[in-house]
Design a protein around this ligand. Structure first.
Ligand code: ZN
Length: 429
């Protein structure tokens, strides 16, 4: 297995929530010598150096200052840090039928069936008052199976294999603990979270928890699958795979030019948030890099954004769900995504650039167009293009089981994507 694929699997396992994904990206950037910017105005950029800025702990922009003028244009790679999941409601505790359960919301377009009968854990950000009376937040991750959503047995639903539908309000509450018969177990979620914070942070004992953003995730680590280990199975491949590939490319990029990576939260719920692709984060950083609003306009005119997000591979059992001439296959290369109705931002010129880049890099390229009689998904590409005016291309790795709790991609494609993205930054085409 290549070092990139190895580190990708470690990254996927570490990144149990968007907060943890940004933390894992920041750690890798810091290790590579990138400097974190807290306030954009406080820093003088030096050519050849790397910088990064985070927002809400869940979105991140990293860039390498080139030796040329930034107004000559940036090569930008975009991806998103969030994935569909089950998110814990603010007052979640239910005690019934001898167990403690947590009420959950569905975040994004989750495929719900695969969440049953999995060993689940809990991760996210908790906000509290510390011992000196200050408001603070920390990331927590239980990193062990503490919850499960059991299926209803087939004996109690004889039609389960024909038409079982899922009511998200009533059917998917996970079980967290047993209750004693006299209901003496006084389960206290705040105390549980406070204990978890103390166990993860030495300087945070006995805090008073005020609120949290926590989501469930599958404890099963990423793994190589198939007789020849040619497939990669993991949670959150959409779109942490692309965040990781963008990071690897940025770290490998030449400092002759300016290169930037933006990984936004909230793509799965439409990107309209202060830290989503529709928010001001990228525009603010570009204006800071350019030095003025007028120079930023020129910079954006000269820049190109590659929006990297997974693409639907042809499922062998359901191959009729694809247009027969535009069906990507696992391990046959990255996919340029095209939709003439602008659900994807790729123009003919952008697609041509990718063809040339792939040709010069020796990477096979595939193309996806949704069936004309099916609706088309979308991603950060068209939103970022509309917000910034930057020429944008939508591309991604072929993936099966998208938005399942466990998705499937091809290992060879991971290598292809790394090569293609590095070549994009280095302006091989
Ligand atoms: Zn995605």
């Amino acid at each position: 297995m290549s070092q990139h694929c190895d580190d990708l699997m470690t990254f996927l396992n570490e990144s149990s929530s968007p907060f943890h994904a940004v933390s894992a990206l920041a750690a890798r950037l810091q290790k590579a010598g990138f400097t974190q910017i807290k306030q954009l105005d406080d820093v003088v950029l030096s050519p050849g150096s790397g910088y990064f800025v985070t927002a809400n702990d869940s979105s991140i922009i990293a860039f390498r200052a080139g030796h040329g003028q930034p107004t000559d244009g940036l090569r930008i790679i975009g991806a998103h840090t969030d994935s569909p999941n089950l998110s814990v409601k603010p007052n979640p505790v239910k005690k019934r039928s001898g167990v403690v359960q947590l009420a959950v919301d569905v975040y994004g377009g989750a495929l719900l069936n695969p969440w049953f009968d999995r060993d689940l854990s809990l991760a996210g950000r908790v906000s509290f008052v510390d011992q000196s009376g200050q408001l603070a937040s920390r990331l927590i991750d239980f990193r062990r199976p503490i919850a499960i959503i059991p299926s209803l047995a087939i004996h109690l639903d004889r039609d389960a294999n024909k038409n079982r539908s899922i009511n998200p309000q009533t059917d998917i509450l996970p079980i967290l603990a047993g209750l004693s018969e006299d209901d003496a177990t006084d389960f206290d979620l705040s105390a549980l979270l406070s204990d978890q914070i103390s166990s993860e942070y030495e300087d945070c004992s006995d805090v008073r928890v005020l609120d949290f953003e926590l989501s469930l995730y599958d404890c099963q680590d990423a793994s190589l699958v198939g007789l020849d280990n040619s497939f990669l199975a993991s949670a959150r491949l959409d779109n942490l795979l692309s965040c990781h590939a963008g990071l690897q490319a940025l770290l490998a990029a030449s400092d002759a030019h300016w290169s930037l990576l933006v990984c936004n939260d909230h793509e799965e719920v439409g990107s309209a948030s202060s830290v989503g692709a529709q928010g001001p984060m990228l525009t603010d950083v570009l204006e800071f890099i350019a030095g003025s609003a007028a120079a930023s306009r020129k910079l954006r005119d000269q820049s190109t954004l590659l929006s990297v997000d997974n693409a639907h591979a042809v499922h062998p059992n359901f191959s009729d769900r694809h247009d027969e001439s535009h069906g990507p296959i696992l391990n046959r290369g990255p996919v340029v995504k095209i939709n003439r109705n602008q659900r994807y931002a790729t123009s003919g010129e952008g697609s041509a650039l990718m063809r040339l880049l792939a040709e010069r890099t020796g990477v096979p390229l595939q193309h996806f167009v949704v069936r004309t009689d099916l609706g088309c998904g979308s991603t950060i590409g068209p939103i970022t293009a509309a917000e910034t005016g930057i020429r944008t291309i939508d591309l991604g790795l072929p993936t099966l089981a998208m938005h399942s709790i466990r998705e499937l991609a091809g290992c060879a494609d991971v290598e292809y994507l790394d090569r293609l993205l590095t070549a994009f930054y280095n302006r091989v085409a």
